[in-house]
Design a protein around this ligand. Sequence first.
Ligand SMILES: [Zn+2]
Ligand SMILES: [Zn+2]
Ligand SMILES: [Zn+2]
Length: 142
Amino acid sequence: MMNKGLFKNLFKEKKLRLSHPRLLIFQELSTAVSPLTPQELYHSLLKKKRRIGLTSIYRSLDLFESLEIVFKIMKGSNVKYKLCELEDHHHHIICKTCGHVVEFDFCDISKWSKKAMESTGYQVTDHQLNFYGFCKACKKVD
Ligand SMILES: [Zn+2]
Ligand SMILES: [Zn+2]
Ligand SMILES: [Zn+2]
């Protein structure tokens, strides 16, 4: 899991401003025992006398997501965020029953990415791809 030092380095590397709220949100997520909604983040920060606006929390989470620091778990209208276990580029597989997320670091879509560039003329810089299904515990056996 990404620690504070790596987190700071990443921001430096990407030439992004590491504001105090961003650091606080990161720290809150890294100590959380389970995924948090933006509202839960807001309240737990408030308990520590840190008032960070919900809009600013949403924006930071969006940024963290694009940097692959956090993963957004969506279940119905409920959105929760968890800190990623893996620091480098990776993908997620999500259980549709219990919502459990597993990360894996193999990625084999370079051919696909090349095809996307050729057919659209875009320069591909990154990608996101999630897998969904049922975990071992939730898998239906017949
Ligand atoms: Zn992840
Ligand atoms: Zn499951
Ligand atoms: Zn990939």
